[in-house]
Design a protein around this ligand. Sequence first.
Ligand SMILES: [Zn+2]
Length: 240
Amino acid sequence: MPKLQNVLEEIVTANRILAHEGVVDSFGHVSSRHPDNPNHFLLSRARAPERIDVDDIMEFTLEGEPVNPGGRAPYLERFIHGGIYEARPDVNSVVHNHSPSVIPFGITDKKLKPLLHMCANIGQQVGCWDSHDKFGDTALLVEDVAMGRDLAKAMGKDRTILMRGHGATVCAPNVRHCVFISIYLEVNAKLQMQAMAMGDIKFLTPGEVDKVIARTGPYTLNRAWENWCRRAGRPFVAEL
Ligand SMILES: [Zn+2]
């Protein structure tokens, strides 16, 4: 199968998995950098992730301009993706979601931090971008290039960031890793709220986080991806 076709299928699978695992609902999206042109990215037209098929995937410039829209309406928040691809050559996939358990950490002073080994890939501590700081009262959506770039700047070199009163954005070197982090960001947030109700939390140490991240590769990602593909009714192909 040609490389582009593989990536299109991977994006469809990623959307279906994130929907099935409860990270996205009717909203939220996942993209990949274009495999043949690093200055473009691939993202579905505006459609619920569970409904997306290959024909829905559109190509965009990093400024969010559709290359060949063909009458398809794009997501308003495509600027999240372009902003991060522009700022981060190490990133080849971006997920934006409104994952429910992360929301409380974006609107309180409680920091979201990894407390379970599977969740170390969320990073040492998850930062929060508040659109109001620079843009004042908005509809909270990242709906232009300036907002996308500001979010990417706040994210810095991290792979996760919360968005106050809105959701979260995750980025990674590939689609599978990005889905993996997105799912375990939700898991960590839910567990952290449960643990907070019980008492003080012993989080992973920075050294533990680094060690888990260093060994997260195809061995781990394939095992999770196979299981999630089966659950979402999508074919599984191992990544070497
Ligand atoms: Zn959103």
